[in-house]
Ligand binder design. Structure first.
Ligand code: ADP
Ligand code: MG
Length: 296
């Protein structure tokens, strides 16, 4: 590519809301064979809502939801916001908590102060419950149904006893299906990387026609997943929005951040898509092919 063609491409990108932060980015984008995309906040709105709340025998709805929401009120995860909102809609009073702890990729834990008594609340994924020695078998059928619907099943334990299954669902962005179709039309594979439940991720991927799914990955796991995709397909582009996505944005041959995402993601990226509209991804690749030349 000549300096002039890079200048022209970069200028045209700016008009389309695509900011090239590094000169090399146009070239790397043109060479990409696979686009790996973070799910929550990138493919989806990142604003999940609580859809289901089922109790185990012996647990009472209002007090259980209030206790769970009190713990989640300390967390910054989008899932936490969904649970707190549900409790607020029911005008529940949240008890005060102590010793809050967040276990990355697993869930949250805290102690509740209830009129002199104390209670331990743990909320998170099935693997979190398993690590606590708790079986979620009694909710297996419900969990399968929820995951098939593309919802994320979560569990709550109160004082070491399984108390509830909770589901949250996050809407797919309106621009996602067309953006994936456009990437396929450009000859690229599309992969989805997520910390979410494997069955939930599969259901969403099937709905969107996504080629590869790597689910239940921890933030460091996203880097490993990118290396495997590179071995399998060749140069990899990664698109993400979160603090969690910074290592993957750095590892990818070209990293694209959603401009509405976190500062850390934007600062680590080679390319910034100014809007949350995912059409920016195929647009950026088409522009790189037009500017540098299509190698196929
Ligand atoms: P992602 O951003 O892709 O959801 P995370 O690593 O942040 O990945 O979370 C992975 C999983 O850990 C979530 O899908 C959920 O099951 C569990 N988890 C994380 N934080 C919380 C929380 N505050 N409350 C309940 N579950 C949580
Ligand atoms: Mg995200």
């Amino acid at each position: 590519a000549t300096p002039t063609s890079i200048m022209v491409g970069t200028g045209r990108g700016a008009e389309l809301g695509i900011l090239f932060r590094k000169g090399q980015a146009l070239q790397s984008l043109r060479d990409a064979r696979v686009v790996a995309v973070d799910k929550t906040g990138t493919l989806t709105e990142g604003k999940p809502v609580l859809t289901d709340f089922e109790l185990a025998a012996g647990f009472e709805r209002a007090s259980s939801l209030a206790a769970i929401a009190a713990v989640e009120a300390q967390s910054e995860h989008p899932i936490a916001r969904a649970i707190v909102q549900a409790a607020e809609q029911e005008q529940l009073v949240l008890p005060s908590i102590a010793q809050f702890e967040s276990i990355t990729g697993h869930g949250v834990r805290a102690r509740l102060q209830l009129q002199g008594a104390e209670q331990t609340i743990e909320v998170g994924a099935d693997r979190f419950m398993a690590s606590l020695g708790l079986s979620v078998a009694q909710f297996a059928e419900t969990a399968n149904r929820l995951a098939r619907e593309g919802k994320t099943p979560l569990y709550a334990a109160i004082d070491g006893q399984l108390a509830a299954i909770i589901a949250v669902a996050d809407r797919i962005k309106a621009s996602t299906p067309a953006a994936i179709a456009a990437l396929h039309a450009l000859g690229l594979k599309v992969a989805m990387l997520t910390g979410d439940n494997a069955q939930t991720a599969q259901a969403i991927a099937a709905q969107l026609g996504i080629d590869e799914v790597k689910a239940e990955v921890l933030p460091e796991g996203k880097v490993q997943a990118l290396r495997l995709l590179r071995q399998q397909y060749g140069p990899v582009a990664f698109v993400g929005d979160g603090i969690n996505d910074a290592p993957a944005l750095a590892e990818a041959d070209v990293g694209l951040a959603i401009g509405t995402g976190t500062d850390v993601a934007v600062e680590t990226a080679d390319v910034v898509l100014m809007s949350g509209n995912l059409q920016g991804i195929p647009n950026a690749i088409a522009l790189s092919q037009a500017t540098i030349g299509n190698i196929r």
